[in-house]
Design a protein around this ligand. Sequence first.
Ligand SMILES: [Zn+2]
Length: 410
Amino acid sequence: MKYILIIGDGMADNPVAELGGATPLQYADIPQLDALASAGIVGSVKTCPDGLPPGSDTAIMSIFGCDPRRYYTGRAPLEAAATGIALCPGDVAYRCNMVTYEDSGLPFAERHILSHSAGSIDGGTSAALARALFDDPAFKAKADGAGMTVYPALSFRHIAVQSGADIKGISLVPPHDHLGEAIGPLLPSGCENAGVLRGLMETAFEVLDSHGLNIRRREEGKLPANGVWFWAEGTAVQLPNFTKAYGRTGGVISAVPLCHGIAALIGLERVSVEGATGELDTNYEGKADAALRLLREHDFAAIHVEAPDECTHNGDLEGKLEAIRRLDSRTLAPLMRGLADSGWDYRILVLSDHKTLTSTRGHDGTPVPFVIYDSRADRRAGTSYCEAAGERGVRVDDGTHLMDMLFETP
Ligand SMILES: [Zn+2]
């Protein structure tokens, strides 16, 4: 018996006026998903517990059976795990974004933040700037004093770790939610250590703003990476082992650090696919191939596709529809063919981790539709895969039960 989980990140939505009141899942042509729904079980599941921020971090933890109310400490520790950064008790991990503040003569705190990604800065330049910053004598003295180390990434998403830090009461905000705003009210606040982070951010600006690489970026018409932004804080996290909990081995195929971090923490393989980008242009077929390869040696494979979520955040409705169509025709279709050729019995669970709303371009924590299909039985449900069908079907109030449903745990 083989088990497959497919997560279309942020596919689910509310009715969209531009689509005549249909949701993207209802509007897009998705024959594979509809065939699974027609023969399987369709329902709706609450993956984001009330009281926690709705997002892929909390939702995907739930889906893998880890109750975020018990285990969630923040997003950065999950991303840190993806790259093998081991956090010790007392360590705090932060996301350390390369960002862009406006070029003006205003004092630091009055400047506006223009980009949360320094204009989607290329990985090489981003890593070089992070290294240059933490090697700068003035910044290094402050970072050492704060017990902070940086782990440069090949994107705007660096991870910083601070040892022995007290973050009780701290308020750090996601920079992508505040583009165009003056940073004064957004800077770290709420406790003594927030002042330390604020000081580091101000010194980082002084060092980076006139750095040679940024002077060149301005000359090339690019946004300078003239700041770092700390957020997504969290302490060391331990998650229950997936194989111990469910008696299955396998891996997680994804392009984003968050999913690989969760995989590492629950003891599943992290599988990367060449050309998998986390965007609309990702390698859809490659993910199906990787899953079929995993299943030859294991009993469980998870595929995560980030594109529908990214398109929604970018306000790209046509992109969202296309991402959903491609997931159906270019990942699910070859996967189903491969499974049929293999002769295995299998069960497959498909869902959106959380809703990402076209209306707000943000996440939403209300229930999402799921489908479970079993190759051994046609349940003749005769329905399609969408939010409305989910609401008419089985109601699962706690997303941590999904794996038991997939594995038919008694
Ligand atoms: Zn998202």
